[in-house]
Design a protein around this ligand. Structure first.
Ligand code: 6GU
Length: 276
């Protein structure tokens, strides 16, 4: 079953890049079901107003809860494949009832993702978790954000709500952040990435340590000769190469991301098997 993705935004054109490259290909292949919506389609006034001044005063504008509520009610109730029921429906008529069929299929897992610099940090772990959903709805706010009662309302109604930030810097709106999150999530779905081996390798190292540096031919380039600087890579000794790369990954991580070393699995840092 494809992952259903809905993005609600006042800049639907901003999301058009999703039709290109990996994501567009996955949609064409039926692995993703992508829908981009213009929030202004749920306005009713002549000016298609989506924002208003903050209650309590202050700078900037806040996005209106009534417009977001109308949009999200519609998008969160869109039809999804129901798995067991759909699969059983045809078989039911054709064959005798060998096994009882559940009266109701499992409820699909729908997650409302609200990109905001005030959210929880979106990490590889978040991506792995959200890749297991049936539907992800991204509510992209602009200006100073969306009226906070919108997130409260859907959470209280039993929707899984995830306010998420992609890092400690400020963007003008949630669109670019949604693109980042969608790419991180979609590539984890079965069949989306061309080469699943790279995902396996990531799950071993990607979260714990930074990747080691990589090289390709020519062996000597602009005075930088791997035969002189890293002859082990040309040795054909795969065990020694693996240890060398692991040492490089540790050194690079210690230099660039000491915070990751502090939290790393001790097994990743174990150099006890290193040749003297
Ligand atoms: Cl999710 N939104 C905005 N506007 N800025 C951000 C962000 C999100 N994550 C980091 N900065």
């Amino acid at each position: 079953e494809p992952l259903r993705l809905d993005v609600v935004t006042i800049f639907p054109d901003y999301l058009r890049v999703l039709d290109l490259s990996l994501i567009g290909r996955a949609a064409t292949d039926g692995l993703l079901d992508l829908h981009v919506h213009d929030l202004r389609d749920w306005t009713h006034d002549r000016h298609r107003t989506v924002d208003d001044t903050p209650i309590g005063g202050g700078a900037g504008m806040v996005m209106k809860p009534d417009v977001w509520g109308a949009a999200l009610d519609d998008v969160l109730s869109s039809a999804l494949p129901t798995g067991p029921m759909d699969a059983a429906a045809g078989a039911d008529a054709a064959s005798p009832a060998a096994e009882p069929i559940a009266a109701r299929p499992n409820e699909p897992r729908r997650v409302l993702v609200i990109p905001t610099p005030s959210g929880d940090l979106f990490t590889q772990r978040t991506a792995e978790d959200l890749a297991g959903a049936d539907q992800l709805v991204f509510a992209c706010g602009r200006y100073e954000g969306i009226d906070a009662r919108v997130a409260e309302h859907y959470a209280a109604r039993g929707v899984e709500v995830h306010e998420a930030s992609i890092g400690d810097y400020v963007l003008n709106g949630g669109e670019a952040a949604a693109l980042v999150m969608i790419e991180a999530i979609a590539r984890l779905r079965p069949g989306v990435l061309g080469n699943p081996e790279s995902i396996v390798e990531e799950s071993h190292t990607g979260v714990g340590l930074l990747e080691y540096p990589v090289y390709t031919r020519p062996v000597a380039w602009r005075g930088r000769d791997l035969a002189a600087t890293q002859p082990v890579l040309l040795s054909g000794d795969h065990a020694r190469i693996a240890r060398h790369r692991r040492d490089q990954a540790i050194a690079r991580t210690a230099e660039r991301r000491p915070d990751l070393i502090a939290r790393a699995d001790p097994a990743l840092l174990d150099v006890g098997d290193r040749v003297a």
